[in-house]
Design a protein around this ligand. Structure first.
Ligand SMILES: Nc1ncnc2c1ncn2[C@@H]1O[C@H](COP(=O)(O)OP(=O)(O)OP(=O)(O)O)[C@@H](O)[C@H]1O
Length: 240
């Protein structure tokens, strides 16, 4: 952990058309930490990631990345500033090979040599992808597609990874491997992660901070260990 806040969100509001979903979200994620956003279906977790990555335009509030206000920043600039969003459903391009999908993650980078190094690192991290370099996206299993989406984001060497439901539809073994990988990346590269998860136990096991959302608001943000271990807090906010 570096001790500085990479992501600071203040009073963020956003929604779809006239329907508000997020209402005055406040959130701080220190650099080099993992924050897990949990909460019931429809709480607004996915909408929060969309508002942060510019997929929908906030109607109020402020988002600071390393102290820089992101208001009005075009989506491609957000990527250049170090934000990578891996949406739910994964977004792998079925007609492209694994290698082509991964290379898309580094296309925008000026430092071609480092983009090549980042690609090699991703192949080292995800050995099944290395073995299936020439396979098409649609030939992969659910777990491999998840790896590919995550790998593509990592080829861009993000500072902040916004990850939506990486465990969706995956076997427990694959979920455990993905969570361990996030921890490894945090520890080895200082990656900062905002992780949206339905799988509350897995998410809190890997996270430094737990953020519970309900009805478009953050109802509690606390050290993940506290949310995991304090029975009263768990009952009050997580229902288990
Ligand atoms: N594209 C959309 N257009 C209109 N309303 C939407 C859209 N996407 C989500 N919503 C609504 O926004 C609210 C929050 O949804 P969101 O997907 O952010 O919640 P969530 O906490 O991620 O839940 P889930 O875990 O079910 O995905 C819900 O009421 C949902 O119906």
């Amino acid at each position: 952990m570096t001790g500085t806040d990479l992501l600071v969100v203040r009073g963020l509001a956003a929604g779809y058309g006239a329907a508000p979903v997020l209402r005055a979200i406040d959130l701080t994620v220190p650099a080099g930490t993992i924050a897990a956003v949990v909460g019931a279906n429809g709480a607004g977790k996915t909408t929060l990631l969309r508002a942060l990555s510019g997929m929908i335009r906030p109607t109020a509030g402020q988002v600071l990345l390393a102290g820089e206000d992101l208001r009005g920043t075009p989506v491609e600039q957000l990527v250049r500033r170090g934000m990578a969003h891996v949406p739910e459903g994964r977004g792998v391009i079925s007609e492209l090979t694994v290698d082509e999908n991964l290379r898309l993650g580094g296309l925008w980078r000026r430092d071609r040599a480092d983009a090549g190094r980042a690609l090699d690192e991703v192949y080292q991290l995800f050995e099944p992808l290395a073995r299936r370099r020439r396979h098409l996206g649609h030939q992969l299993s659910g777990g491999e597609r998840q790896m590919l989406a995550l790998g593509r984001a990592l080829v861009g060497r993000p500072r902040l990874l916004l990850l939506d439901e990486p465990s969706l539809g995956l076997a427990p073994r694959v979920v455990a491997r993905t969570m361990a990988l996030l921890r490894q990346l945090r520890d080895s590269t200082g990656l900062t992660v905002l992780l949206v998860e339905q799988n509350v136990r897995s998410a809190l096991a890997v996270a430094d901070q737990g953020v519970v959302m309900s009805l478009g608001r953050v109802v509690i943000a606390a050290p993940a260990a506290q949310l995991r271990d304090d029975v009263d807090l768990r009952h009050a906010y997580l229902g288990f």
